[in-house]
Design a protein around this ligand. Sequence first.
Ligand code: THU
Length: 161
Amino acid sequence: MEKKIQQIEYEEYKDASELTPEDRALLEVARKATDDAYAPYSRFRVGAALQLANGQRVLGTNQENASYPVGICAERTALSTASSLYPGIAVQTLAVSYRNELGSSVKPISPCGICRQTICEYEQRFGAPIRIIMAGLTGPVFIIKSGGSLMPLSFSSSDML
Ligand code: THU
């Protein structure tokens, strides 16, 4: 038996003022998008914004449903929209933000498991990593170099060969 360890590396910024202008602008789109989330059940509003390789930005919000499992996260809404509007164009960066019912939103959130799997699929599809910017409406910002780093030992199409 051999013990193996996988570590992840991410950057932590004091707040959005430390980001590059491009990253700050993308995060701002995600933060503003929280206003338009459809989250009447959880009242947890999530906004996601994508920077595409063709220079376009695409946003998404969580879309809930009275049948709870039908709901979709902001990240996957944004990815599906981007893939529909701009098929074949790689996603370079994804920013995600949120606010809860109390308006509290300081700690960065990271994508859920299903969204991580989806992000990995897009990385494989385009053969390029997707940077992820995570932040609340205020406070610290985390940046990770790829969705794959959030999914050690992930399942992908190559496992089916
Ligand atoms: N949600 C997202 O949209 N993205 C995440 O990264 C975490 C969770 C949504 C799903 C649901 O509508 C609500 O937040 C509460 O889980």
